[in-house]
Design a protein around this ligand. Sequence first.
Ligand code: SF4
Ligand code: MG
Length: 318
Amino acid sequence: TFDVSAPWLNRVLERKPRTLLHAVDGVSFEIERGKTLALVGESGCGKSTVARLLVGLYEPTRGGMRFDGQDAHAAYRTAAGRQLRRRIQMIFQDPYASLNPRWVVEDIIAEPMREHGILREKAAVRERVGELLRSVGLSPLDMAKYPHQFSGGQRQRISIARALATAPEFLVCDEPTSALDVSVQAQVLNIMKDLQRERGLTYLFISHNLAVVRHVSDQVGVMYLGRLVELADKAQLFAQPRHPYTRMLLDAIPQMHATGRDRTPVQGEVPNPLNPPTGCAFHPRCPHANARCSAERPALQSIGGVRVACHAVEEGRI
Ligand code: SF4
Ligand code: MG
């Protein structure tokens, strides 16, 4: 079996240049081989921190990840981490920033192969780069061009081809289509779905956009201020969202809800992660909050086949 379970990260702090903290606390999930788990939430909820932890860019202060039965963070600290990095690749949000503008596409896609010692012979590398370009709907002729000669969507395809160069099994995708126009997003998402089917890839797919998540995921985890507040099968989550925050996110999407209610914009702001609210961190924005909510933090627990962290759901109030 293949799972990425993360009995996780009891305290992980990411210090961004602006010293914004994105702590991730007790986020725990598993992903089945060949499936997609999407993590959703507003910016600053810690989604990218989770992504970076999974690929070994950050180390958790507590907790860890099991990949195919192996302790990934123990491996990342040793020579075995190299092999793991080959099997776990990441696709970033910004296809402009993540491709070296001075390199031609052939070198960009071949670089991970060189790094991991896969195919050294020039003709073989070139053939493989051509195949990868074809697999993302580009032409082998594109390998002689520079990133600036491509559109945003094409650049993200190049990023995907580069991520596939080491024949990985698990792709961590951090907002891979968020920088793209809506029409282009759908094309890139379809390519990712085709590649998943053809290659049996497993995805962790990070997005702030539930409409995108609906298109690609099998399971959905909703994050709020560094914690998982709901984790459910996609169909279940969209048909019957349990957590008030999940409901708020769904209500903000047009024509999503079976009830046909009008779109309601997301209310309120994400609190400062440096100074999170007491009790349930969502309580200042929650229409169902009561005294217990501001005093006691709800634990993620299984309720009716989903995992949800909410006192009102637990008490049957909602
Ligand atoms: Fe709202 Fe209370 Fe549930 Fe938090 S625990 S989501 S404040 S009802
Ligand atoms: Mg992010």
